[in-house]
Design a binder for this molecule. Structure first.
Ligand code: 3HC
Ligand code: NAI
Length: 682
């Protein structure tokens, strides 16, 4: 028996325990252990029923994603499944933690499923650009019916055990902490009752009512068109589920395999699988020892209760950590508290939390008007106006009141963190915690490591990210850090290009079709042209529109005109303003461009800036840049982010394109292109 699997027989019940840390993924080792264990029990006449259980933190969390795309070794998953499903002894899957993907598919092969209340089950393959490829699309509909299966598999969210019981995804709940005993008792009862073996594959009752209803799937795709846009997996999932309703089981399985194969070889899935690991890489800092102890953070202070401060505070309140919120005056404090309360009340109105929880969270806030109130805080996050003078003043005063060892963090977007730290006598305790707006929603947290930030403080930043459910990316100090810096050439390119012929709608459409939620001009109109142009003394295109009273969606339209329902249409006035500004700049109109040309013009410079950020050591790795753009700017995940996308386009093509635009390619980009290298592939 391999070390991954352990077998024992207690009173006629064979127990196979899988132990393959960290998450018992269905690797070659795990498959071998299953194969051996089930063969052994099949041959042992003393075994009347079998319990499959896992050691460690979870039941099997899925196929081993790190094996995808590599030559397979060990027993094939399907063969292992066939042994289990085709056996003559009842098998009970005993689930704790998360039974996901191939792990839940394995549970569906078993004859029964029992789980502790804290367990979750589900088929999250869609997030990897895949479909459940081990029978999940054929078996789950046979348990929950077609409509529920469509939602569960295209949505991919794990389902809590109690809800899973209601849906039939599991058959029984075990007591928390007593999974093994309860699963054995369950198996014993099966043996005692001696009923026929139930196989999910043989069930028809839940799918029969939907047979012949092709419009059901077309309607489903139409209803979800927005959410599915650009992705490949949801479409194949829907086809596979239709096959579950229409075809005999084995033919349905063949269809699932074919549809799975299409996804597995798609760029979209390659990008999404890359992204799965990229998100987890972000927390790894090569020169930070993995066992560096994080400092305790039990009380947090936030300075400034404006757009960012309020959202930042909410993250900690949600995690049950008390927050002292400091403002300049009572009016600003009341306004900030009011916004937080309103956000929570909106969540309560949507049923996402109870009114009691709203009050519990609000009660965790201590409002204050003096920095003195922060003397007991373990971590203070500053989110005041973006002005060096003000930030330094705040940090100097904070340094005087904060307790020794307290972490002093800034949410600055562009300013030099080391300069801010120099206002204190403890630069080793200063770190950047750069949230994205809205801070209570956006999952990205850039952790800015100053020249003197201590390892313990950096490690604490990473731990805090986990506590408040953010995805961390570590940045060195530099203007705009990672996401804002690499994305800024996109807007610059858009304002240049619109003077050369393509209209705002041509440019926006090209970027929308690429996969962004909206193009740069629609975005400017939404944010407000007055806000975007603020602080600039030069004549700008936005400024010219603002002079005509066109502030964007909120007033008279901007690059577009808007009707009462905020539906946009091309604006002849804006077109004239653009033409006049082009004349003022002496830019010649060269006519329209193809979507491909527009995308290259706007996004190749982003890749180039990404290369610079890497070259300068601001970002640790290319995948951190991708994570920052995907989570901070909604860059479409199925392209993998700018650096992964650049590799799929081909770096020589990017270099050529940049040169044709008159842009000097970054050294690292040029070198990699010349050497046939890539940013993200080994
Ligand atoms: N394969 C390989 N490694 C995996 C893995 C998997 N399926 N799931 C997690 N890991 C690794 C992570 O990379 C991480 O490694 P690291 O410590 O070296 O960084 C480690 O396990 C722990 O993972 P997390 O940091 O994510 O731990 P959490 O406790 O936060 O979450 C989890 C655990 C909920 C299981 C989460 O890891 C997860 O969602 N995993 C993916 C589940 C999944 O998508 N399964 C489907 C796979 S595809 C499939 O099954 C195809 C089939 O249909 C044929
Ligand atoms: P804001 O103007 O909405 O809020 C700033 C708040 O700080 C105001 O309520 C102000 O009264 C308060 N304040 C100013 N000086 C203070 C002091 N000395 N003591 C206590 N409170 C004080 O600004 P916003 O947008 O929240 O930005 C704050 C910081 O976050 C800036 O550094 C900004 O660059 C950064 N940031 C902003 C993002 C955004 O999208 N708005 C995104 C990421 C970072």
């Amino acid at each position: 028996m391999s070390q991954v699997g352990t077998t024992e027989v207690i009173d006629g019940i064979g127990i196979l325990t899988i132990d393959y840390p960290p998450v018992n993924a269905l690797s070659a080792h795990t498959r071998k252990a299953l194969d051996e264990g089930f063969r052994q029990f099949a041959a042992d006449d003393s075994v009347k029923a079998i319990v499959l259980i896992c050691a460690g933190r979870t039941f099997i969390a899925g196929a081993d994603i790190s094996e995808f795309g590599k030559p397979s070794s060990g027993p094939n998953l399907q063969e292992v499944f066939d042994i289990i499903e085709g056996g003559s002894k009842p098998v009970v899957a005993a689930i704790h933690g998360t039974a996901l993907g191939g792990g839940y598919e394995l549970a569906l092969i078993c004859h029964y499923r029992i789980a502790v209340p804290s367990a979750k089950v589900g088929l999250p393959e869609v997030a990897l650009g895949l479909l459940p490829g081990a029978g999940g699309t054929q078996r789950l509909p046979r348990i929950v019916g077609i409509p529920a299966a469509l939602d569960l598999i295209t949505g991919g969210a794990p389902v809590g055990a109690r809800k899973a019981l209601e849906l039939g995804m599991i058959d029984a709940l075990a007591d928390e902490g007593k999974l093994r005993e309860d699963a054995i008792a369950f198996a014993r009862k099966l043996v005692a009752e001696g009923g026929p073996l139930l196989r999910v594959r043989d069930r028809q009752d839940k799918v029969e009512p939907y047979r012949g209803q092709s419009e059901l799937y077309a309607d489903y795709l139409k209803k979800n068109a927005r959410a599915f846009r650009g992705f490949k997996a949801p479409f194949n999932i829907v086809k596979a589920i239709e096959a579950a309703a229409e075809l005999p089981f084995d033919q349905g399985m063949a269809r699932e395999r074919e549809l799975f194969g299409e996804l597995m070889t798609s760029t979209e899935s390659a990008a999404q699988r890359y992204y799965f690991f990229a998100e987890r890489e972000g927390a790894k800092v090569p020169d930070l020892a993995r066992d560096t102890a994080a400092l305790p953070v039990k009380a947090v202070g936030v300075i400034g209760a404006g757009t960012m401060g309020g959202g930042i505070a909410m993250n900690f309140l949600n995690a049950g950590i008390p927050v002292t919120l400091v403002e300049m005056n009572q009016a600003a404090l009341d306004r900030g508290l009011g916004v937080i309360r309103k956000n929570y009340e909106n969540s309560a109105a949507k049923g996402r939390m109870t009114t009691e929880q709203v009050e519990q969270r609000m009660a965790l806030i201590t409002p204050a008007l003096e920095l003195d109130a922060l003397k007991d805080a373990d971590l203070v996050i500053e989110a005041v106006f973006e002005e060096m003078g003000i930030k330094k003043d705040v940090f100097a005063r904070l340094d005087a009141v904060a307790k020794p060892g307290a972490i002093l963090a800034s949410n600055t977007s562009f300013l030099d963190l080391d300069d801010i730290a120099s206002a204190t006598a403890r630069p080793e305790s200063v770190v950047g915690l750069h949230f994205f707006s809205p801070a209570n929603v956006m999952r990205l947290l850039e952790i800015v490591r100053g020249a003197r930030t201590s390892d313990a403080v950096l490690a604490t930043g990473l731990r805090i990210a986990k506590t408040i459910a953010k995805v961390p990316v570590v940045s060195r100090v530099g203007p705009g850090f990672i996401a804002n810096r690499v994305m800024s050439p996109r807007s610059r390119a858009a304002t240049e290009l619109v003077l050369e012929g393509p209209s705002p709608q041509d440019i926006d459409k090209a970027l929308y079709d690429y996969g962004f939620a909206m193009g740069p001009f629609a975005m400017s109109d939404l944010v407000g042209l007055d806000v975007i142009g603020r602080g600039s003394n030069e004549r700008t295109l936005q400024g010219d529109l603002v002079k005509l009273g066109r502030l964007g969606q909120k007033q008279n339209g901007g690059f577009y005109d808007y009707d009462d329902k905020r539906q946009s249409s091309p604006s002849p006035v804006a077109a004239q303003v653009i033409a006049d500004f082009a004349k003022f700049k002496g830019v010649e109109n060269k006519g329209p461009q193809s979507a491909e040309q527009i995308v290259a013009r706007l996004l190749f410079p982003v890749v180039n800036e990404g290369a610079r950020v890497l070259e300068e050591g601001i970002a640790i790795r290319a995948s951190d840049i991708d994570v920052a753009c995907i989570l901070g700017y909604n860059w479409p995940v199925y392209t993998g982010g700018p650096m992964f996308w650049a590799d799929t386009v081909g770096l020589p093509k990017i270099v050529e394109g940049l040169k044709a635009m008159g842009i000097e390619p970054a050294r690292l980009l040029a070198e990699k292109a010349a050497a046939g290298g890539t940013f993200t592939r080994g």
